[in-house]
Design a protein around this ligand. Structure first.
Ligand SMILES: Cc1ncc(COP(=O)(O)OP(=O)(O)O)c(N)n1
Ligand code: 3NM
Length: 534
């Protein structure tokens, strides 16, 4: 008998303790399957053998009725007794080889993994799938000291690349963090999860059919979005699928300025106290509206109405607000721009950056060489406070491309030449003026401009009817958003610096705000110095 092909998309792990009062276990299981559960594991941590056997037999009948596989947690004897399709083994349970020798050859065997060594061993021992967890915190099981975060799930998936072993993530997965879980848990070779294993978000629901339908819709949308990513601004590029060329990029970025003025998006900025006013003024000058809210209590409401979010942690006083804002921005498919100011300077900043990046997916990360180096775990460029020392990376093109792939977002590396990559194309932008380096917060204003253009990139995609990808974390061509934001500030700086009334940095700042306000798509296009360099 051949091994069954298992669809791991929505893997229900049962938990009778969590059923709402009055909800019957078998009724809940059947409704969950009707809502889209594709495989079920019976997990009984407190039942004695007789009770476990009975629950397993009854569960099997329901799974057979809907033709989905049934897996037994820990107990080989129960799996054998009922003729289950598989077993799930923990790290301290029976070794895979022993289980295989006892079970029919077509039995699916899954194993829990929390470290790279667990994954390597699972591949070596011939596991059919691994359960990687805990991805988030959960109250269903004690996972203290074992919470991985989505980015480490991605690292474990990288070990599975090419092995053929399937993978689900488990631990704290809910409809509210599912899309983030799926998007964040990806190997550098684009190996994604085969599915997610869920207990409480389904079992604790009074309406498990609706709960599993909600999860199924998200998993399907994600799989669809990954299989058929949307085209960059279609009408600008000569033919569908054509590679980016510098002229099309500049045109696509420049027209976003019209979109900003048309929609006047709200740009939510959690930024540092040094630059709040000038960042808000830069937003207004571009034709958008700033909101500089920081209280955690308002993030859920705010991210429904914003155009984009900027998280700049020059002064980290609002960590809880930052965590929630990014979470809700992801949930509402809004672009998130992360400006990890001075991230290399202290251990606290590094830990905070890690925490934020595990909680939400940035759309764009923008930083100087020291900041980008720190996020990339490189020691090539040293930091001095919030500034870089030295001239930058020997090979900035590879740095931005690799980091964009790893973090699954656009990377902007600022400097005399700015480099931008989406993980495949790398652009060099050579606009700007040295006076930018003589005012405080010009880097932060750049983040503001990028967030404003990112909001426009999303709105543009909605305007042209291309924003319906519910499986994407954000829609719109964010490479163009990044380029537009950088060009706006750097081109405006050149025009401001050339004005007769600008005598130095003091007169430069107001002139810069004026010239941001005077920009037109034509001016940006004419003055842009953009080159595809990789
Ligand atoms: C799919 C999946 N992944 C991981 C686990 C955890 O199994 P284990 O480590 O054996 O812990 P217990 O479930 O026995 O508490 C799982 N059950 N399913
Ligand atoms: C059974 C289990 N195993 C985990 C692991 O990390 O191995 S976490 C977990 C519980 C998952 O429950 P919920 O979906 O309610 O968070």
């Amino acid at each position: 008998m051949a091994k069954p092909t298992v669809d791991y998309s929505l893997y229900l792990v049962t938990g009778r303790d969590l059923l709402p009062p009055g909800k019957d276990y078998l009724q809940s299981l059947e409704e969950s399957i009707q809502g889209g559960v594709t495989v079920t594991q019976v997990r009984e941590k407190h039942a004695d053998t007789g009770e476990f056997l009975q629950i397993a037999q009854e569960s099997l009948k329901i799974c057979r009725k809907y033709s989905i596989p049934l897996i037994i947690n820990d107990r080989i004897d129960i799996a054998l007794a009922i003729g289950a399709d598989g077993v799930h083994l923990g790290q301290t349970d029976m070794p895979i080889a022993t289980a295989r020798s006892l079970l029919p050859s077509h039995t699916i065997i899954g194993v829990s993994c929390n470290t790279p060594d667990h994954v390597k061993k699972a591949i070596h021992d011939g596991a059919d799938y691994v359960g990687i967890g805990a991805v988030w915190g959960t109250t269903t099981k004690d996972v203290s000291g074992k919470i991985l975060g989505v980015r480490r799930v991605g690292e474990l998936l990288s070990i599975l690349d090419g092995s053929g072993v399937k993978a689900v993530a488990i631990g704290g997965i809910k409809s509210t963090n599912l899309l983030r879980t799926l998007h964040g848990s990806v190997s550098t070779k684009d190996h994604t999860l085969d599915g997610v294993a869920v207990v409480s978000d389904i079992v604790a629901s009074t309406t498990p059919l609706i709960a599993s339908e909600r999860l199924t819709t998200i998993v399907r949308a994600f799989k669809h979005s990954i299989a058929s990513p949307s085209e960059p601004l279609k009408h600008i590029f000569s033919s569908p699928g054509s590679p980016y060329d510098a002229q099309s990029i500049v045109s696509g970025a420049a027209i976003l300025l019209d979109t900003i003025k048309k929609h006047n998006p709200l740009i939510h900025q959690i930024t540092n106290t040094v630059v709040t006013t000038q960042s808000a003024n830069a937003t207004l000058a571009l034709g958008a509206s700033p909101i500089m809210a920081t209280s955690p209590e308002e993030m859920e409401d705010l991210e429904k109405v914003t155009g984009s979010l900027l998280v700049n942690f020059g002064t980290i006083t609002d960590k809880q607000g930052m965590l929630l804002a990014g979470h809700y921005a992801n949930l509402n498919q809004k672009p998130v721009v992360f400006d990890p100011v001075g991230v290399g300077a202290t251990a606290y900043r590094r830990t905070t950056a890690n925490e934020l990046l595990n909680r939400w997916q940035p759309t764009i990360i923008k930083g100087n060489a020291a900041e980008i180096g720190s996020i990339a775990n490189s020691v090539e460029v040293q930091a001095k406070g919030v500034d870089s020392t030295g001239s930058g990376f020997k090979d900035p093109i590879s740095v931005v491309r690799e980091l964009a792939k790893k973090e699954r977002c656009i990377i902007i590396l600022t400097g005399v030449t700015d480099y931008i990559s989406n993980g495949s194309v790398v652009l060099a932008l050579r606009n700007g003026h040295s006076l930018l380096g003589r005012i405080t917060g010009s880097g932060c204003m750049l983040g503001t401009c990028v967030a404003t253009f990112a909001a426009a990139a999303r709105l543009y995609s909605l305007d042209i009817g291309d924003g319906n990808d519910t499986g994407a974390l954000v829609t719109g061509d964010m490479l163009l958003g990044a380029v537009g934001g950088v060009l706006a500030l750097t081109v405006a700086s050149e025009i401001a610096a050339a004005r007769a009334d600008v005598k130095g940095s003091g007169t430069f700042l107001p002139a810069l705000i004026d010239e941001l306000g005077n920009l037109t798509p034509d001016v940006i296009e004419r003055r842009a110095k953009v080159e595809v360099v990789g």
